[in-house]
Ligand binder design. Structure first.
Ligand SMILES: NC(=O)C1=CN([C@@H]2O[C@H](COP(=O)(O)OP(=O)(O)OC[C@H]3O[C@@H](n4cnc5c(N)ncnc54)[C@H](OP(=O)(O)O)[C@@H]3O)[C@@H](O)[C@H]2O)C=CC1
Ligand SMILES: Nc1nc(=O)c2c([nH]1)NC[C@@H]1CN(c3ccc(C(=O)N[C@@H](CCC(=O)O)C(=O)O)cc3)C=[N+]21
Length: 301
């Protein structure tokens, strides 16, 4: 019997799973309530503009999901689909018009962008007050100086998941795997803000397993399936698995796998699954950020 087969949902060796879908639903209910309240008080309907360039199938799936959930929360969603061959100037012009439109509160440009477009220049062009991804340098600066702004959705989702199992962050060792601007760096900033001792690791890190073994909290965001093995994880540690890789099984079926060997983590304190962990939280936090941006635009907070 393999390790995976020997575990079942009732097996005490199976770590507590943090249900990202359930938490995302709870946050969604609160976001919908806030959106309805804002609308009733001011007539403002929180509106998210999603910009998708090209035909990347994964991006299309994410954008469809974002649009559907925005509407389900009673908010407005505007989609802009642009051809993959579009010139950078055209995309910048669209962003300028969304910046200038008072009916738009949040702007999300789906990444990755085609090669001919400089993503940094595009993200820098978004009005920081509408930057619901939290990728603009102004929001990055606010995050790293701890003065509140729009916080990137996936890192925010990781923290909300951690908050369900961690009472006191102070002095905990947190190891982040991956140093991207989208996940690794901002999640490290949020953990630092809570006074964890944070180690950020990446492809050039020496002795990754040894470093992960010191962690009370592991945030894995490398995009490398089953990178984090059972013997890397200290008993009782909390594991947040951000990685999502699409793989094809022997039977030809597609499925999503995380960065952690979930079936080897029975001794962990709590683990997020893939799918059903960080992914749904990313979208929930995107909608929460959009309502936050709309409230601020309406001078309600
Ligand atoms: N659940 C969700 O909502 C989201 C999930 N994701 C997923 O999270 C993962 C990471 O995304 P993102 O940050 O955008 O990806 P990037 O590819 O931008 O960054 C990955 C990071 O991991 C590091 N890395 C890669 N392999 C290893 C390794 N073997 N050991 C140590 N470090 C490694 C890279 O190091 P270096 O910089 O040195 O190359 C890099 O810093 C992906 O699987 C992505 O699909 C992303 C966004 C949202
Ligand atoms: N400007 C920008 N902002 C982003 O936030 C952004 C982006 N670009 N580009 C791509 C990544 C990836 N991302 C995900 C969102 C939801 C799920 C999600 O809902 N995942 C589900 C399953 C999804 C499925 O079944 O395909 C889950 O993990 O359970 C995953 C990944 C946001 N990203």
């Amino acid at each position: 019997m393999t390790a995976a087969q020997s575990f079942s949902a009732t097996d005490p060796r199976v770590a507590r799973t943090i249900d990202g879908r359930a938490l995302a639903r709870t946050i969604g209910v609160e976001t919908a309530r806030q959106a309805a309240e804002l609308h009733a008080r001011t007539g403002v309907l929180p509106t998210l503009a999603v910009v998708l360039v090209g035909e990347d199938p994964a991006s299309q799936v994410y954008v469809r999901r974002k649009v559907k959930e925005t509407k389900a929360a009673g908010m407005r969603s505007i989609e802009h689909r642009l051809d993959a061959s579009i010139a950078e100037g055209e995309l910048l012009a669209l962003i300028a018009s969304l910046n200038a439109d008072p009916a738009v509160h949040g702007i999300l440009v789906q990444l990755p962008l085609p090669r001919q477009i400089d993503a940094t220049r595009v993200l820098d062009a978004i009005d920081p007050a509408k930057d619901v991804d939290g990728f603009h340098p102004v929001n990055v600066g606010r995050l790293s100086t701890g003065i509140g702004g729009l916080v990137p959705c996936t890192p925010l989702g990781c923290m909300r998941l951690l908050d369900t199992v961690v009472e006191d962050y102070r002095g905990l060792n947190a190891v982040v795997i991956g140093k991207s601007n989208i996940v690794g760096k901002p999640v490290a900033m949020l953990l630092l803000e809570r006074e964890c001792t944070v180690t950020v690791t990446h492809i050039a890190t020496k002795g990754l397993a040894r470093i992960v073994r010191t962690a009370d909290i592991v945030v894995a965001a490398a995009g490398s399936p089953r990178l984090v093995r059972g013997d890397w994880v200290k008993p009782g540690a909390i594991v947040i698995d951000v990685g999502i890789t699409r793989v094809t099984d022997e039977d030809g079926k597609e499925r999503l796998v995380g960065d952690c060997a979930f079936d080897e983590l029975g001794h962990a304190g709590a683990v997020t699954p893939v799918p059903g962990g960080v992914g749904p939280m990313t979208i929930a936090c995107l909608l929460a950020n959009t309502v936050q941006a709309a409230r601020r635009a309406a001078a309600l907070g």
